[in-house]
Design a protein around this ligand. Sequence first.
Ligand code: S6P
Length: 602
Amino acid sequence: HAKLCLSKTIQRLQLITRISHSVETNDYEMSHTQPITEANNTITTDIDVATAEGIVTLLRKCDAEIFDGWEGHKGLFHKETMDKLSKLAILARDMLQNPSGYSIVLSGCGTSGRLAFITARSFNERLKNSGKEPIYDYLIAGGDKALFTSQEAPEDDPHIGIKMLRESCEGKKKVLYIGITCGLSAPFVAGQLDFCLQHLDKFTPVLLGFNPTYLARNLPIEKWNKTFLQVVKELEAAEHAGKGFILNPVVGPEPITGSSRMKSGSATKILLETIFTAAHSSAFNPEVPWDIETLFRSYQAVYNTVYSHTESVGKLVAIAGDSLQNGGSIYYIGYDTLGLMGMTDASECPPTYGATLDDVRGFIASGYNFLRNKEGDLSSNGKYFRISINDFEKDILPSLKDRDLVICLNTAKSLPSLAGLKESRCKRVMLTFTELPDEQLSKFDFVISLCLPIGDATLEPWQQLHREIATKWVLNAVTTGAHVLKGKVFQNIMVDLKVSNNKLFHRAVGIIEGLGKTSKEHARMFLLRSIYHTEHLTPDQLEAPIAQHIKVASSQNKIVPVALVAAILNSSIENASLLLDSKPVIRVAILQALHSQETDLS
Ligand code: S6P
């Protein structure tokens, strides 16, 4: 019986490999008009058939491109990138030394907005702790709610972006504005950059992203008169006149196509922190030399340390995968700023993997008191806005099951007691950066202990930033790996994405076009038919703006998989839905559709 099972498994694997290779990346190749942040990464094409440790090994190779660069494009260590960073550090230094009337505003959508918040918070704390005036501010599309729940739609509105920027800068003399959009695409940021460009006497606009400028989005923005590319062209002119900056090193395509929370997010954190670490050092410790390359190298050393633990991280990915596959949840408990990494990672799972808000959640120290976000306590918005460790103890801990996983994130030498965790039936994992006594460690089933290199002694005060990015790398691997193991990803493409904003609408069309081997126009029709559950679209539906399609699609499940299966089989939406209902693991349903298409052809 065992032999029979084994041979069936081998046959299945052979079939999967054969079919996977028949949908080679060549068929879904990057054309020269495709943004690099939306392209397929050839390193991870087979991530969906990798083991847990194999997944981490692929992520390691993919993340290496952050430092090593990609296909000869200008990367992090390019002279031009480092020169611009030095200039920005000097600009920020001058503001820090004479802060009255000055402001540094960091802004973005989704992960980019969360990193804007985390960076502004982090450097304001440093100023406050040394008795100085905080000058950093953050803006995030959708407001503070978007810090831990995904609010994808406000990303599409340039007017809201302008309004928020105007309000935050009222009464300021000079503003250094950094608009973060990894794909050089978010209308929210386009609006703000455009506003800055019209007020160059007050604003120094900076665009931070990871595509060459010619790949900036050139699609119409609803209710606005410019494309992102047009704004970029104006900013290029301002840059030539010494009045703005475009910071756009290339770090290569994401390990899961388009998931810019991963490499682009890490590179955003590295770039922002490098600018402001250099600025703070130079403003307040001028005797200590700093240089951009040393700061970059310190992050690269952290990368090397994290991935030297590939086996342990792989083990954690396997545990997390088991939890999700068995209907359990993953909870991050962060006692300090590492909790911000947990909350951010959790918040990205619903838009990226169509996960529920219960699948992965993050809790942090004293909640909003610790967060010090602008809008204050948001817990009245419901259970997903209860974010303190106390809330976790009250709401979650008593009902934890053995299929649930709790991951504690720790910097301190002694761990505050988490009443009842030891007695709970759930799996308990600790990610720590300090040596903990055995008696504390015994509370956990599995411990990953990362000892980060300090390197240059002057970097010591910035160690927490290094622990944060190390945590980000580990947690991104956990949620990516767990969802891959759950069968959410086909090759390295997240097929079950939510069509909740303009960028995701176009990504969905691209996926159906590529994997369904059909034209863009047909792909769009399959998508619309799936959104409106119909075989025949009405003229109103055909003519509706994309924002309207998004409104209808946002609250529904499996829109893209249904459209894709229908496209592959050239079947009705109804038949595709039935197939997906009978095969709850989306990857398996798509394989079956591709297999029956192959059989038909032969
Ligand atoms: C991506 C993440 C999204 C993006 C957001 C902004 O993994 O789920 O929330 O951060 O769409 O993207 P961008 O390209 O403007 O930084």
